[in-house]
Write a protein of this length. Structure first.
Length: 221
């Protein structure tokens, strides 16, 4: 692809699909079943990390790491009950289609993979606008490391200076900043504007619909 092409890289959970609080509830239940009392507000702030990093962030390095896989599997099973009814955020698919029409390479960068990623893409319902997907299976380190964003740029064939990353968590903003791309935050994942801005967001919008309505004055203009 020509280097002059632009890439719009999107996180998915909490950015395009309204799933953050489903993750909070199912992670909380997975921890509860394993005998851990983890407050929901703490889980919410950790959503956006890959499973192993989320568990480490919430339980600490002195936990029994041999039980990480069990916790992750419990969360996956609980969350999987919602796969057939994951709700896209308002105008999420329309936003991706508009950017594709405007010449952007649209790439998803998400910690989801496999059946979960397929369910998310069905919810967004804009596969014709998505150039590629950088999933958790494709990188060694997830956000806030820059690898997911860097891999997304490789898939698009676009340098960092021609890309914008849209996400809803501080982990997204930090990953984008470390990858050298401009960062846009959305509030629909439940993280405060000030936190997103402090983590590197150049602009912040309410949700995909707000970003779509504001495209002309946004970093995605």
């Amino acid at each position: 692809m020509p280097s002059k092409r632009r890439a719009a890289v999107f996180d998915v959970d909490g950015t395009l699909v309204d799933t953050n609080h489903l993750h909070v509830t199912t992670w909380w239940e997975a921890f509860r079943q394993a005998g851990h009392r983890v407050p929901m507000h703490a889980v919410h702030r950790a959503v956006g990390l890959g499973s192993t990093d989320l568990i480490a962030h919430l339980l600490g390095d002195d936990r029994d790491e041999e039980r990480d896989a069990e916790l992750s599997a419990a969360h996956k099973a609980l969350y999987g009950q919602y796969f057939d009814r994951l709700p896209a955020l308002r105008d999420a698919g329309q936003l991706l289609r508009r950017l594709h029409k405007d010449g952007w390479a649209v790439v998803l960068a998400t910690s989801a993979s496999g059946a979960e990623l397929s369910a998310l893409r069905r919810a967004i319902d804009a596969d014709e606008a998505i150039t590629a997907t950088a999933s958790a299976d494709d990188v060694e380190r997830g956000k806030p490391a820059p690898e997911p964003v860097e891999h997304a740029l490789e898939l698009a064939g676009v340098p960092a200076e021609h890309a914008v990353f849209v996400g809803d968590t501080v982990w997204d903003m930090r990953a984008g900043r470390r990858a050298g791309v401009r960062c846009v935050g959305v509030l629909c994942g439940g993280i405060p504007r000030a936190d997103l801005e402090e983590a590197g967001a150049e602009a912040v919008y309410d949700d995909p619909a707000h970003l779509l309505a504001s495209l002309a004055d946004s970093p995605l203009a």
